[in-house]
Design a protein around this ligand. Sequence first.
Ligand SMILES: NC(=O)c1ccc[n+]([C@@H]2O[C@H](COP(=O)([O-])OP(=O)(O)OC[C@H]3O[C@@H](n4cnc5c(N)ncnc54)[C@H](O)[C@@H]3O)[C@@H](O)[C@H]2O)c1
Length: 264
Amino acid sequence: MNVAAEKVALISGGGAGIGLQYAKELLRNGLRAVTLVDINKVNGENALKEISEEFGGDQVMFVKADVTDKEQYEEAFKQTVDKFKNLDIVINNAGVMNDAIWERQISVNLVGTIHGCILALENYLPKYKTESEGIIVNVSSVSGLEKFQAFPIYAATKRAVIGLTRAWGKEQHYWRTKVRLLALCPGVTDTPLLRECLERNLGPAYQDIMKGNIPHLNVQSAEDVALSLIYVLNNGKNGSVWVSEHGESPYEVGMPSRHQLRRT
Ligand SMILES: NC(=O)c1ccc[n+]([C@@H]2O[C@H](COP(=O)([O-])OP(=O)(O)OC[C@H]3O[C@@H](n4cnc5c(N)ncnc54)[C@H](O)[C@@H]3O)[C@@H](O)[C@H]2O)c1
């Protein structure tokens, strides 16, 4: 089974890092077309060129948009269905790791993901999916599952993304929309976000914690996460949460109910 075959995807933050690799891996798996949405025009245009050279230009479009602005983000959805006629897979991947500008970070990582979920779930996927099911992938992080001391606010946004996915990934929404939701939590991955994060925190005490973490990091490539995405798309149940780390095969994380977690 390969759910990407002959489908159309939209990827936020698709101009660089892991998002760009998601696009390439989906195309290698038979995707018909992809829209890259990115706030950074240079990133978006470079990615468009790179993908066009490898896969041909008819299959890819770049739309400059800020996911925190619902109208701008919706414009990318509109242009996608105008050009490619369908929309099947939406990947809410755009994110920043910058606790120094934490209100903006909450907007990008959480509000942007909420905009993407509402647009995809309540309108575009049910209406424009090619076959019987649409898919939303929300990109969280292992830091949303752990106590990430160096970036507490980033970690909170990523925990929230898991909460959204699990709540919208319940049966009653599925029966109504035929949209499956998945959360993908990458571990430490070599991208501009990681390379630039050291000073993007709340101050020297937080930098010291991050510096202490660095020797222990087991860094994977963006391509590793993209391979995990394909597995998760093909195998993940609605509302499930997956980790992709250390360049290994992804694994699903159980989310016990509060009753199971209760201390006795
Ligand atoms: N790199 C890691 O170690 C790592 C680990 C876990 C999770 N993640 C998550 O994976 C996702 C991708 O991260 P990455 O490492 O590829 O980052 P990156 O910085 O390399 O790329 C992110 C892309 O998103 C774009 N973007 C940022 N804000 C945007 C906005 N408001 N609207 C539209 N586009 C926007 C950027 O211009 C950039 O092209 C993020 O959600 C990140 O939190 C990354």
